[in-house]
Write a protein that binds this ligand. Sequence first.
Ligand SMILES: *[C@@H]1O[C@H](CO)[C@@H](O)[C@H](O)[C@H]1NC(C)=O
Length: 454
Amino acid sequence: MALPHLLLLAFSLLFAVATPIRDITDVCSSQIKDFQHRNSTGLHLELHHPRSPCSPAPVPADLPFTAVLTHDDARISSLAARLAKTPSARATSLDAGLADSLASVPLSPGASVGVGNYVTRMGLGTPATQYVMVVDTGSSLTWLQCSPCIVSCHRQSGPMFNPKSSSTYASVGCSAQQCSDLPSATLNPSACSSSNVCIYQASYGDSSFSVGYLSKDTVSFGSTSLPNFYYGCGQDNEGLFGRSAGLIGLARNKLSLLYQLAPSLGYSFTYCLPSSSSSGYLSLGSYNPGQYSYTPMVSSSLDDSLYFIKLSGMTVAGSPLSVSSSAYSSLPTIIDSGTVITRLPTSVYSALSKAVAAAMKGTSRTSAYSILDTCFKGQASRVSAPAVTMSFAGGAVLKLSAKNLLVDVDDSTTCLAFAPARSAAIIGNTQQQTFSVVYDVKSSRIGFAAGGCS
Ligand SMILES: *[C@@H]1O[C@H](CO)[C@@H](O)[C@H](O)[C@H]1NC(C)=O
């Protein structure tokens, strides 16, 4: 075992002991018990904002917003690397033990999984224990930190999953179909341990990754359970933020939670990402189709597991931006739950920035903040922001509130929560907050409805 890893482990242990139990404030007391509810329409889970004090695994409250933006940029880079088909973890040829092999994973601790991702709970094992998990539409494999953490685990909220204490746990052999399916789910090669257990490598850019044993066990949400759920039992986990135990993948791939639950719940899910300390939801199963406006999922040869859609126009205070209509689709566009700031094709971004600044003439401009260059004095809830809409092919529209448009970067500054895109445009979560967003994979469409949560 490498020395830095040992130090890290010692450090985490120290912290686990030294960290005082967080006071549950009045704001959160009604939400301590996350609901996990199954009824005729499907499975309903509670979602928390990553920086909400009510989250069961909040990102540290003193994390400066520049750090959030840095991690957001790392997420963009990893999505871009996916599209360019350049895996961000190095392929390793593993045939010794996991511990030996992991010494060759050339990554240093980072921290980007979960800075922008919303959080829920998932039960695993028999008897079931609940784990705090980040929810990610931009990746497929579900994994969590797993005892004995051969190389490294971060401190997490609640106990670590211990395969030995679950009577239904089994590791997955190298010849299993699910082991062959791993590369399409993680975009990294799988490997095989000396005891013939399949090893996965999931990586997220900015040196965040999880490596461990492909496993199966009973997954449960409230009283609903599913045996033989395939997931990763992480023995080397770097960059998991907050105190989550792991990640739930919701992308379009056989190994994602969506696909594994689909035989009983169907190929669709709906979420509402809350903007604040109140809670939102993630529902797997059917939905009420009448309340949404839809845009088709676009298939892309770049990556068939991410959710591509087509942005078709934007207005500011009722006027279309002064760009050609082809500018909106000059880059492939992904809708993503874990990216904080929406990235637009450069010409669209510039036109938006100009139009918003013009509409906010009465508000003092202030200097750029990290990647955000259109900033104003004040807070999003206080300034008078123009009405902005984002339209998508087929007629779906997001009518952005001031809080979907602007993000408060400190106590006295608010910035346009958009930035220029590099290789792909991304519809990020600031813009999706409070809308119900349905991902109907079966009908190949994404729908938006206002007023899903607060
Ligand atoms: C199912 O549960 C969800 C979440 O609690 C609720 O919003 C929905 O109305 C319920 N549907 C039915 C048909 O009971």
